[in-house]
Design a binder for this molecule. Structure first.
Ligand SMILES: [Zn+2]
Length: 93
């Protein structure tokens, strides 16, 4: 929870995929500020990687009937991270 405050501050400034992923838990819990949730939704619409991640996350929530613990998002997160890394690497050229 501590890390979320910092993430939210950054989100209000510059949005990054990693920050979006970091607050998805709060987003699905419905504890995210409406303003921030709107930012997340907007980002998800324009970012295939985060959209796919959010969908997977949402499915886990639906299937288990509860929010994934740290264990599950961590695994998904690593997948998103490597995808993002590949993408930014190919973009740099
Ligand atoms: Zn993204």
């Amino acid at each position: 929870m501590k890390r979320v405050a910092g993430t939210m501050m950054r989100l209000l400034g510059k949005r990054t995929c990693e920050d979006v992923v970091a607050v998805l838990c709060e987003y699905y819990e419905g504890t995210l500020e409406p303003k921030l949730a709107a930012i997340i939704e907007k980002h998800l619409r324009g970012c295939a990687d985060c959209e796919a991640f959010a969908r997977t996350y949402g499915e886990v929530v639906k299937l288990t009937g509860e929010l994934p613990t740290e264990v599950i998002p961590e695994e998904l997160r690593l997948r998103v991270r490597s995808a993002l890394r590949e993408r930014s690497a190919s973009r740099r050229s």
